[in-house]
Design a protein around this ligand. Structure first.
Ligand code: NDP
Ligand code: 2IT
Length: 444
């Protein structure tokens, strides 16, 4: 059995009931096989892979709060501090009823390689809660955030661990979390990113993940003599990442004809009117089906199946494992040529292999959505310098970081004779820097 297979079996045996974590580890270890076999003895001697798959620390805690009816509610809170070899732990907080340790470990593990790819000094972490912000009043969200931070603040700091947003955590939640941190620790520091512009946030952070996904798509297309102009696209989700991916891809000349949320999808053959989506999602916190009531010529379909809409470009920007083999087959049959992941691990392993074997250029989330965390690192830099850059400055840096990530991923794939295999390229390029830092720092 190869070293990577041994470590994968060990992960499955030692982390029972964590299928998402196993899946993320498997994808990375399979990609690393070609790197490891060139230097197996040294990696084994240092137990590099055993250390890489074991979080440095997991904090889990009780989050009690009082709802609007005066009833005491209790949620689970977590922070997975996975790997600090190249910098302070960095990664989002997710508030969603599905959150558990497996999901946060998969996200924290992915974050190590993603953050490495950005070229910036940030380690990997992730956290969150099974709290569901949907349908809660602002006061309830504030009560929850204050209780969550009352515990979390003991373990984070601008040079230790810097959380940010993810599913269910946006500007409102970051504001309440930051206020409570400052109140307890008496520190005005860049301990969270995605902050409001009036208290240390960075211009373009809101747009960064979605814009970055499209900058990455543009690089892939350019490298293959193609462009977005005149193409049809489907973007899944209708949250932060999806909205700004739609904004940028539309600017580049593609037409987005479908988006969704967890209830169903809208199809608009005239091209999605993003102002309507922003009003529904960012202002009213409503459901995507309201779009069909507001925009003539559009249709709402309840449930799954957005992959049935014919497109050249598919950007999955909602959640893990949203695209399975069945959806992948339909996308390929309908002529889809590019899949660039805005979400983290939205494509199952089967579906990934299928599309890559059938001529689709596929860029994994850890490379494609890295613009969000990269811009978070730019926010940290601005906070440390106590100044703020213009939107143009941040956007230019974001764009050049995404170009640089594409170049690194492309180069790693070519070095190992797997041109256009961006899964392998991203995992190898991300791993190389982390392993270098781990080796330099000894057995820790
Ligand atoms: P938001 O909470 O803003 O939006 C999430 C969107 O995905 C919503 O439309 C939501 O629909 C949909 N969604 C969530 N869970 C499910 C589900 N189980 N089934 C179907 N649809 C679902 O989150 P973000 O846009 O920030 O995050 C989207 C993805 O991008 C996540 O995978 C996240 O990890 C990743 N990401 C985010 C970054 C960021 O900067 N925000 C950076 C890099 C990656 P509904 O409203 O119905 O729940
Ligand atoms: O998955 C991710 O990269 C994020 N949710 C953003 C993390 C961050 O620290 O900005």
């Amino acid at each position: 059995m190869s070293y990577t297979e041994e470590v994968y079996e060990r992960v499955v045996a030692q982390n029972p009931g964590e299928p998402e974590f196993h899946q993320a580890v498997k994808e990375v270890l399979d990609s690393l096989e070609v790197v490891i076999e060139r230097n197996e003895e040294e990696y084994r001697e240092l137990s590099i892979l055993e250390r890489l798959v074991e979080p440095e620390r997991i904090i889990s805690f009780r989050v009690p709060w009082v709802d609007d009816k005066g009833v005491v509610q209790v949620n689970k809170g977590y922070r997975v501090q996975f790997n600090s070899a190249i910098g302070p732990y960095k990664g989002g907080l997710r508030f969603h009823p599905s959150v558990n340790q497996s999901i946060l470990k998969f996200l924290g593990f992915e974050q190590i390689f993603k953050n490495s790819l950005t070229g910036l000094p940030i380690g990997g972490g992730k956290g969150g809660s099974n709290f569901d912000p949907k349908g809660k009043s602002d006061r309830e969200v504030m009560a929850f955030c204050q209780s969550f931070m009352t515990e979390l603040c003991k373990y984070i700091g601008a040079d230790t661990d810097v959380p940010a947003g993810d599913i269910g955590v946006g500007a409102r939640e970051i504001g309440y979390l930051y206020g409570q941190y400052k109140r307890i620790r008496n520190l005005s520091e860049g301990v969270l990113t995605g902050k409001g512009l009036s208290y240390g946030g960075s211009l373009i952070r809101t747009q960064a993940t979605g814009y970055g996904v499209v900058y990455m798509l543009d690089e892939i297309m350019k490298a293959h003599g193609d462009s977005c102009e005149g193409k049809t696209a489907v973007v899944t989700g209708s949250g932060n990442v999806a909205i700004y991916a739609v904004e940028k891809i539309t600017q580049l000349g593609a037409k987005v004809v479908a988006m969704n949320d967890s209830n169903g999808y809208i199809y608009d053959p005239n091209g999605i009117n993003l102002d309507v989506v922003k009003d529904i999602k960012e202002v009213k916190r409503g459901r995507i089906k309201e779009y069909a009531q507001r925009v003539e010529g559009s249709v709402y379909t309840e449930g799954l199946g957005i992959w049935n809409i014919k497109c050249d470009i598919y950007l999955p920007c909602a959640t893990q494992n949203e695209l399975d083999l069945e959806g992948a087959r339909i996308l390929v049959a309908n002529g889809c040529k590019y899949i660039v992941e805005g979400a983290n691990m939205p494509t199952t392993l089967d579906a990934t292999n299928y599309v890559m074997n059938n001529g689709v250029l596929f860029m994994p989330g850890k490379a494609a959505n890295a613009g969000g965390v990269a811009t978070s690192a730019l926010e940290m830099a601005q906070n440390s310098m106590r100044l703020s850059w213009s939107a143009e400055e941040v956007d230019t840096r974001l764009h050049s970081i995404m170009k640089d990530i594409f170049a690194k991923v492309d180069d790693a794939a070519k070095r190992y004779d797997m041109e256009d295999n961006y899964v392998v390229g991203a995992n190898i390029a991300g791993f190389e820097k982390v392993v270098d830092a781990m080796k330099a720092q000894g057995i820790v």
